[in-house]
Design a protein around this ligand. Sequence first.
Ligand code: SRM
Ligand code: SF4
Length: 576
Amino acid sequence: MSDETEKKPLSRNEGIKSASRGLRGGIADGLTDVITGQLDEDDTQLTKFHGIYQQDDRDIRAERGRKKMEKAFSFMARVRVPGGQMTPAQWLALDDIADERANGTLRVTTRQAIQFHGIIKSNLRPAINSINKSLLDTLAACGDVNRNVMCAVNPYESSVHAAALKLSQDISDHLSPRTTAYHEIWIDGENVVDTSRDAKEEDEPIYGKTYLPRKFKITVAVPPQNDVDVYAHDLSFVAVLKDGAIIGWDVLVGGGMGMTHGETDTFPRAADVLGFCTPEQAVEVAEKVVIVQRDFGDRSVRKHARLKYTIENGGIGWFREQVEAHLGYKLGPVHVPDFKSRGDRYGWIQGDNGLWHVTLFLESGRVKDWPEKKLQTGMREIARMLDGGVIILTPNQNVTIANISAEQKPAVEALLAEHNMAITADSGLRRNSMACVALPTCGLALAESERYMPDLLTALEEKLALAGLTEDEITIRMTGCPNGCARPYLAEIAFVGRGPGTYNLYLGGSLEGERLNKLYRQDVGEEAILAELGPLLHQYATERNTGESFGDFVIRAGHIAATTAGNNFHANLQLA
Ligand code: SRM
Ligand code: SF4
């Protein structure tokens, strides 16, 4: 590993972090400034560590600009929910906050968290305060730290799931920032906020004063289910099972999705295999991986600062040596994970603990009362009625209501029917779809995603019906820009926004999420998308081998060049 990065000037964010007095900056003062709806620019970098993004309503940005008005600023707050698990009481608390302090909707994210949009500045502190009262928080849901730790959703295998969930929660606790700035600013209230320049700074034993070079993402998976998409993240733990129990974890490192159009030194990357660890070693392994990235990640160029680039530069062998040197022992040989699917298991299932679980389809994770189905009201009434039980946000932007007793099951069924809350979607394609938020809130969106994907799916469902593929499982994902928030580069079909109404079309990911896809067509709008995919779906229906997935078929049929092995990120940068 060269010391090249040490010689380059540090990025601006490094200065903001080190001068922030433990992530305090001037946030507390900025919140009391009633002249403007925004915060100081440097402070908007720091609020990310508190799970808060400053945004503006892009639907009315141009109009307000013409009228010389300030942008319609508001804030997005992301609630950290390790493993996606919350109690019905917590759901109800968040539901209230959505109505009282945000835009009246809840958004289940691709990392099993909840986002609120449209919180105006004066509502921010009360909103975060209420989240805290529900025993949840937004700390480290964004920023250059470990983010929400994801965990496989399989409550019907209760003991294995419990062990996986415990690991995700233990890692989340262990890697949480120690700063008390969060409590000072958002919880304790302005009277006790110490904004003086010599205010106390806490030690951050794992992160240090400047935290990580960039965001860091961890998942915990239980094969055969790859619902957390292990190849997309900085660090993943994959359960190794023997006789129905977890005997250890395969550790994967260096996955990531983000790239920038036209910048060939940025690319999506599928994770590498690091080694095997025992259950007792897992939290320590997570810490040491984070520490190596803390010390070797690029702190000069933020677009090059993720772990995937550290590993790409140094090589996985070098990276393993660094981690093992910190651990003081060697990791064991890995067992190749055998994944069979990534989708959620919709509908009712009885767990091995005798309790019932139901997984509901949410279109792009948005919980609100749609004209045809009253998702928000229905979820609220179910949460109110449940005695016990748990609500699990899935990595596919859906929700599982788990641990329902046999006595309460009929009442839940009745509420689902009353509010027309479809358990599943109209096609296998829609069941396996994800779309990122994009417009109008995301400042980086180049094209629509969440608001457009349902209509595109409806158009594609006509093609599926013609080809007799309505029930076939095919993964499809859309993002409004190349940052990859819906993990598009691991889908069989993906659309990545280029500009209003135009997308790059990617094909050839694997159904189980073990292979990156490749660019198939550039800058296509809906007409061209349907013209491309209609014949391909028809050909797939008539020429596929038994059990062959769409992603595998487009490669075998020669539409997409075959990947040799492992990462195929360079192929992403040119047409197949
Ligand atoms: Fe993301 C930035 C939304 C999962 C890669 N992401 C953003 C921001 C905050 C835009 C910004 O920086 O101003 C988006 C806010 C939109 C809005 O209005 O809400 C945003 N990301 C989301 C969510 C809500 C998408 C969704 O529809 O669910 C997901 C929230 C996850 C969570 O709960 O923590 C979300 N983002 C992801 C994922 C998928 C994942 O983590 O499993 C990725 C790809 C994996 C990865 O990190 O490599 C992802 N988001 C990015 C990137 C590119 C990072 C990179 O390495 O280049 C950005 C841009 C950045 O960080 O500069 C970004
Ligand atoms: Fe925004 Fe791009 Fe992420 Fe979509 S992929 S939410 S457009 S940053």
